[in-house]
Design a protein around this ligand. Structure first.
Ligand SMILES: Nc1ncnc2c1ncn2[C@@H]1O[C@H](COP(=O)(O)OP(=O)(O)O)[C@@H](O)[C@H]1O
Ligand SMILES: C[C@@](O)(CCOP(=O)(O)OP(=O)(O)O)CC(=O)O
Length: 464
């Protein structure tokens, strides 16, 4: 039995506003999908006499091969997924496989005679630091994937999402990216990603990989932590209980906020890669401890930052609407934005910019307020969210014509900055390479219009 090949891809992410606060379900965040995608290509296969196997190949990386046998219990339908490559583990791949095949088995969709499957993964170069001589869109690395430095675009979320989509299409004989299937795809990807990470983050990265640029409000962590551990022995009662719980969780309404949003026309998020690292889990722990022990003063900062985030989100949505409803006023103001720095944009907006100008001034003010509060959190929690080196760089960026402001994306740290600027100003911004600008490499990334989607195989297969 030969089954048609299909290819699914998912984008990377930048968390522009909402870092840390998005961990609380009552706070919204602004997440932008980026034009760096990870592709999962199912290729054919057959029903053999032995146990079906699923092999995932990542030809860009040394040792990029992970294989698993699939064994389904005739009594309960529970599917055990056992690695055939114990010396090369990939928790995100194994978790995606186990979550999808067990859900499909529990819902009666999984074929009785499961065919074996090979899935090839390709990831755009932007996800990993590149070899100097790299020229293809999918460079090969001389190291295993765990050893190649990442650029913080959310590779595990994009991988998990594209892999879950590919597995659903193959074993569930469905269109996983159809609107009626996307919620199931999202829930499966979130669960698989959390299980692979061994912790329940806010899930903004997986939600962005599924839905694209969104105003995101998280699901309650208890939805995921309520799933019992997968049975490790053939205990029929445990297997049946696990499958029932899995089905109830995936089919439930997670009440996640995923309203579409986008960076307004003629504006652009400019991602800067800064030499230096950050340890997100440790920073999250420091911030949450400060929040918990910091009393009213911590609560006041947390609330002020939440309001500044909401202000930025509302202003960005408002500008998007202005660009459509008042295009002439909007375009005339953007033409002026190109000539002045953030403070000049604010002044212009407050003096004679009409509703458009007011919204531009609100964006500038909101970014300033977000940064002010992140710096207070940096000092009081000890987590280096906006360390002084990043403050100097962001302040310098904000003096450049056409820049509305800049922030440290996500958890912050030393490794990245994100500017909001007029598209037409970006080339001039990139020409600044001295002083504070010496340490930043501006990435060729743009906002991605789509979350997970099916791809034209002919465009991708030639790279395999
Ligand atoms: N192209 C890929 N092929 C296979 N696995 C991948 C790929 N990209 C990412 N992964 C998986 O995701 C892991 C990286 O996850 P993580 O360390 O959380 O980084 P990120 O912040 O980019 O998600 C890799 O170690 C690997 O297990
Ligand atoms: C702190 C957070 O709210 C945001 C972290 O954003 P990053 O983009 O920094 O995440 P990593 O890619 O894992 O480093 C944690 C969360 O939302 O889970």
């Amino acid at each position: 039995m030969t089954i048609a090949k299909r290819c699914f891809s998912a984008p990377g992410k930048a968390l522009l506003a909402g870092g840390y606060l998005v961990l609380d379900a009552e706070n919204s965040s602004f997440v932008t999908a980026l034009s760096a995608r990870i592709y999962a290509i199912t290729s054919s296969q057959f029903v053999g006499s032995t146990l079906p196997t699923i092999t995932v190949l990542s030809p860009q990386f040394q040792e990029g091969e992970w294989s698993y046998t699939i064994c389904r219990s005739p009594a309960t339908g529970f599917v055990s997924v056992t690695t055939l490559t114990p010396n090369r583990r990939n928790p995100f791949v194994q978790s995606a496989i186990a979550t999808v095949v067990n859900y499909l088995s529990a819902t009666g969709i999984l074929q009785t005679a499961m065919p074996s499957l090979t899935i090839n993964i390709l990831s755009d170069n932007a996800y990993h630091s590149q070899p100097s001589d790299g020229v293809l869109p999918f460079n090969k690395h001389l190291l295993p994937i765990v050893a190649v430095p990442k650029t913080g675009l959310g590779s595990s979320a994009a991988l998990t999402t594209s892999l879950v989509a590919a597995l659903l299409s193959f074993y569930g004989d469905m269109n996983p990216v159809a609107s009626e299937s996307k919620t199931i795809l999202h829930n499966l990807a979130q669960l698989a990603h959390c299980n692979a990470q061994g912790k329940v983050g806010s899930g903004f990265d997986v939600a962005c990989a599924v839905f694209g640029s969104i105003v995101y409000r998280r699901f309650q962590p208890s939805i995921i932590s309520s799933l019992p551990s997968a049975p490790t022995s053939s205990d029929r009662e445990m297997e049946a209980s696990y499958l029932l719980s899995l089905t109830n969780i995936i089919d439930a309404d997670w009440n996640v906020g995923t309203g579409a949003c986008a960076v307004p026309r003629r504006l652009r998020l400019l991602m800067g890669d800064v030499t230096g690292g950050s340890e997100t889990p440790a920073m999250v722990q420091m911030v949450l401890q400060w929040r918990k022990e910091g009393g009213d003063s911590a609560a006041a900062v947390w609330t002020a930052l939440g309001k500044a985030n909401e202000k930025l989100i509302a202003a960005m949505i408002g500008l998007g609407e202005q660009a459509v409803e008042m295009p002439e006023e909007y375009d005339a103001f953007v033409d002026e934005v190109l000539k002045v720095s953030a403070m000049g944009i604010r002044q212009l907006g407050l003096s004679n910019g009409g509703r458009t100008g007011e919204l531009f001034a609100l964006v500038v003010d909101a970014i300033i307020e977000i940064r002010d509060n992140l710096r207070i959190m940096t000092i009081r929690s000890g987590a280096q969210i906006e360390p002084i080196e990043q403050t100097r760089l962001l302040d310098a960026c904000s003096t450049l014509p056409g820049v509305l402001g800049g922030i440290v994306p996500g958890a912050g740290g030393y490794d990245a900055v994100c500017l909001l600027a007029a598209e037409a100003a970006v080339d001039a911004i990139a020409k600044h390479t001295e002083g504070e600008f010496e340490k930043v490499k501006w990435l060729e990334l743009r906002e991605e219009a789509h979350g997970v989607r099916e791809e034209d195989l002919l465009e991708i297969e030639k790279f395999l």
